[in-house]
Design a protein around this ligand. Structure first.
Ligand SMILES: Cc1cc2nc3c(=O)[nH]c(=O)nc-3n(C[C@H](O)[C@H](O)[C@H](O)COP(=O)(O)OP(=O)(O)OC[C@H]3O[C@@H](n4cnc5c(N)ncnc54)[C@H](O)[C@@H]3O)c2cc1C
Length: 482
């Protein structure tokens, strides 16, 4: 018996957000249909509709917890398969903000894999859910509303669900409605990613578009897969070299992935894009703040061509601020917010947001079983709180670069100063290291970084640094006079 008591839910998009939404809605509705534009690969290969899948992805602890809740044996089975590397935080070698982080065993296992492999494994689990259907090569073209105009009652599918729409059809409001399949639903959930058309579809049915906040950061990614060199051993499974922003803008990751390979991603902020040619790729790796990425890959065997991706800006759609929104419609995942990817938050924030949908449907069932009226208010308020923390963390960091453009959160300068101190202390103080890790994994509130102990250490380190600087300048002055 579905908990919420709904009949049919439709999900637009069969990627991370869509699959997870499908799993959760299956608890609340008799049946769920996921509509995906792409033909989905029946292995762990990348696909056109999720081009970011070609690049390094890491799932934070908060995201893993949501996945484990909805697919309880997911990580156990995967880890036992021997196909994927399972690591501890001590296996992560991370140069960040001018220092190497401590490497202490936390006992929190982490499974490393590519994003397409992860998506495929989740999809494999979901197809066993008897009340969920995934329809591929089905592109949603718009929403259907009831006579009152206040409630979404389904979606229009392009070319009668027989394939993809042309670009002209996708953007034209006068597509022949007879050429479209109409699919009815009690609830429609948009999980179609950053390019979501919901703002335009809302406008087409007489509702306001959400306000958008964008922070421009102009990141470029270049990625290729490698076979690790056979004659060398490394004491890490995941190597990350970040710059001390704003003095540097180049980033490099070498991440162990499924089937004993490495995914190597070079990324550059504020337009410092890494190239996609052999020599340029290695040269860029050499220019990172530490030579370790270059040293690791110079003798490794490339397995694929170099693929690039551009990410212009973090983007947030403020659905929670809308005064009018139709019942029967929700939006999840990147369609609500997408962040500068170098902080690795996207899939985890997506998972936490979709999980909030379950909480909202349970609450709704308590007061209003089977009735979706007002669900969107409850849901968007919850999601906004989840996004707030991740957004603040990502964009304040981005504003270390003077070239970053967009709405700057209050207190950015002070926060950046404080976080810079914490990043430095995470290389020497085990307590601070753990707390920074927990917050960066979205499992502890950022407020925990302001405990009396941490504030004391930050002030102490600032005082020591200032005293060191003063002593140095006194020494220089004395030398000059001598
Ligand atoms: C370069 C890069 C690196 C990243 N690295 C990380 C990382 O390390 N860690 C992390 O957590 N996150 C990372 N992210 C973010 C992460 O990829 C996303 O947050 C995550 O995939 C959530 O995506 P989604 O399911 O909401 O949307 P998407 O993955 O974009 O999926 C949307 C889906 O909807 C389908 N679709 C679109 N329109 C329609 C339509 N009209 N009808 C039917 N189907 C439709 C698409 O084909 C696609 O399958 C990165 C992003 C980028 C760009």
């Amino acid at each position: 018996m579905p908990q919420f008591g709904g009949k049919h839910a439709v999900v637009i998009g069969g990627s991370i957000a869509g699959l997870l939404a499908g799993r959760i809605l299956a608890e609340h509705f008799d049946y769920v249909t996921i509509l995906e534009r792409d033909q989905l690969p029946d292995d762990g290969g990348a696909r056109k509709g999720a081009p970011q899948g070609l690049h390094s992805h890491i799932m934070l602890k908060a995201g893993e917890l949501v996945i484990a809740k909805w697919f309880p044996d997911f990580y156990e089975e995967l880890n036992a398969s021997g196909e994927v590397p399972v690591i501890d935080s001590a296996d992560i070698n991370w140069f960040h903000y001018g220092v190497w982080r401590l490497r202490v065993r936390t006992g929190m296992p982490k499974t490393l894999m590519t994003r397409p492999y992860f998506e495929w494994k989740i999809r494999e689990k979901l197809v066993n859910q008897p009340n969920v259907t995934i329809r591929q090569q089905c592109e949603v073209a718009g929403l259907i509303v009831d006579e009152s105009g206040n409630r979404v009652t389904g979606v229009k599918i392009g070319q009668k669900g027989k394939g993809k729409m042309t670009a002209a059809e996708r953007h034209s409001s006068d597509v022949d409605p007879d050429a479209m399949e109409h699919l009815s639903a009690d609830l429609v959930v948009d999980a179609s990613g950053r390019g979501s058309q919901t703002p335009n579809w809302l406008e087409a049915i007489g509702f306001p578009k959400p306000e958008e906040a964008a922070v421009k950061i102009d990141i470029g990614y270049s990625t290729r897969l490698y076979e690790p060199p056979k004659h060398k051993t490394f004491d890490w499974q995941f190597l990350l070299v970040y710059p001390k922003a704003p003095y540097g803008s180049k980033i490099g990751f070498v991440q162990a992935i499924e089937h004993n390979r490495w995914i190597v991603t070079l990324a550059g902020c504020v337009g410092d894009y890494p190239p996609n040619d052999e020599d340029g790729f290695l040269e860029y790796a050499k220019q990172l703040d530490r030579p370790d990425v270059y040293e690791a890959i110079k003798d490794a065997k490339p397995l694929t061509p170099i693929k690039i991706h551009r990410f212009p800006a973090s983007l947030r759609r403020r659905y929670e601020k809308l005064s009018r929104f139709p019942d029967g419609l929700l939006v999840v995942g990147d369609a609500v917010s997408s962040f500068n990817p170098v902080y690795g938050q996207g899939m985890s924030v997506t998972a936490m947001g979709v999980n909030a949908l379950d909480e909202c449907l349970q609450e709704q069932a308590m007061y209003n079983k089977g009735n979706l009226a007002g669900l969107h208010r409850r849901y968007f308020r919850k999601v906004a709180k989840i996004v707030d923390a991740a957004w603040l963390a990502a964009v304040t960091e981005d504003f270390r670069y003077p070239q970053a453009q967009g709405p700057k959160p209050f207190g950015t300068k002070l926060l950046n100063w404080y976080m810079g101190k914490l990043f430095e202390l995470a290389s020497v103080d085990q307590k601070i290291y753990f707390q920074v890790i927990l917050v960066q994994n979205l499992v502890a509130s950022p407020r925990t970084l302001f405990s009396p102990y941490i504030i004391r250490q930050v002030l102490k380190s600032n005082f020591t640094k200032t005293a060191e600087k003063e002593n140095k300048s006194i020494a220089v002055e004395m030398n000059k006079q001598a």
